[in-house]
Design a protein around this ligand. Structure first.
Ligand code: PLP
Ligand code: COI
Length: 343
């Protein structure tokens, strides 16, 4: 398989159009089989549900080239299940989970030449998404939907790669207690744009959102969950009903316990105790694990002992083990790796 001629080591996290995408339509109560197409344009009514009332949700996962040259995806069944939960919460028709996995596999297979080579630091990001495509003017769900999957090669999500980030505690809320924080609704990201632009203008890489009800507990950032490491080496992650259940975070907690023999804990984490942790990282498909060196809370600087130069030791071990599993260097737990067969 001849690869595209890209400067793989230096691509950022942006959109690069690849050859084929998957498109399926829902009409009269049923999904069609879907097709792969070269057409990257979406044509919908000016009154489509997605345009008027933001009826849309999405997923994000990656394909990797392993050490022995195979192309694999990481836990696509977990994305299928989470997308089904997002659809139900947004009154959208579920795209059947097995068909979801098949659709992402078909899309990767059709874009094999775009999967970055092993060792380049880049990966193929896969974006499945769904939206209400029929006309809606009174507030109600659409009758027709489109499910699509595209791929784009990506490098690191944060500029500077593995350099520790400085983030701020946001004064904006991301998710209400019984809202949509636990699903991947497009609307969650629309409402975070002002907060992220503000944070960037102030020189911060990301926002730490607190729980909207009490503003005392750590939730997550705009696109990743938190992991903390205590001074005695325990891995702690915030528990809340209004954060997105990150597949990376759930995988890392398993890796910490089963591969590294660390103690792990999912519990409420109060902003007042953040100063006591030894290490902090942001985890997600795009973020992988990005170390945090400093959190600024209304002018007060909370600097982690791991510093601003490199990842802390535990976060580094978690990073090495997870990426080792994804790249085929370390044996994966059963069912985590989905191999794309070349045809
Ligand atoms: N939290 C938010 C708000 C996200 O958008 C993402 C990205 O998908 C994550 C967390 C990380 O989730 P995952 O590890 O499943 O990619
Ligand atoms: C992902 O990690 O897949 C996401 O959807 C996060 C987004 C901020 C790129």
């Amino acid at each position: 398989m001849e690869k595209k001629n890209l400067d793989w080591e230096n691509i950022g996290f942006g959109y690069i159009k690849t050859d084929k995408r998957f498109v399926a339509n829902y009409k009269n109560g049923a999904w069609d089989n879907g097709v792969l197409t070269e057409d990257d344009k979406v044509v919908i009514s000016e009154c489509a549900g997605v345009l008027q009332y933001a009826q849309t949700c999405f997923e994000g996962l990656k394909a990797y080239t392993t050490e022995n040259g195979q192309i694999v995806m990481f836990r696509p069944d977990m994305n299928a299940a989470r997308m089904a939960r997002s659809c139900k919460r947004l009154e959208m028709p579920v795209f059947p989970e097995e068909k979801f996995v098949d659709a992402v596999a078909q899309t990767v297979r059709a874009n094999m030449a775009w999967v970055p080579p092993f060792g380049s630091g880049a990966t193929l990001y896969i974006r499945p998404y769904m939206f209400g495509s029929s006309q809606v003017i009174g507030v109600k769900p659409a009758d027709e939907y489109q499910f699509r999957v595209f791929t784009t090669p990506v490098g690191p999500y944060f500029k500077g790669g593995a350099k520790p980030l400085t983030i701020k505690v946001s004064d904006f809320d991301r998710a209400a207690p019984n809202g949509t924080g636990h699903i991947k609704a497009g609307a969650n990201y629309a409402m975070s744009l002002h907060a992220i632009v503000t944070a960037h203008e102030e020189g911060f890489a990301e926002n730490m959102y607190l729980d909207a009800a009490t503003r005392t507990k750590v939730e997550e950032t705009g696109g990743a969950n938190f992991l903390f490491v205590t001074k005695d080496g325990k891995v702690v992650t915030p528990k809340s009903n209004s954060i997105l259940p990150s597949i990376t975070r759930r995988s890392l907690m398993y890796v910490a316990k089963e591969y590294l023999g660390l103690e792990v804990e999912e519990r409420e984490v109060f902003i007042d105790e953040v100063k006591d942790f030894a290490e902090c990282g942001l985890c997600g498909t795009a973020a992988v694990i990005s170390p945090v060196g400093k959190v600024v809370h209304h002018g007060e600087e909370i600097a982690f002992p791991s510093g601003m130069e490199k990842m802390g030791d535990t976060i580094q071990k978690l990073y090495d083990t997870l990426t080792g599993i994804q790249m085929g260097k370390i044996e994966a737990p059963k069912g985590w790796i989905y191999t794309i067969e070349e045809v």
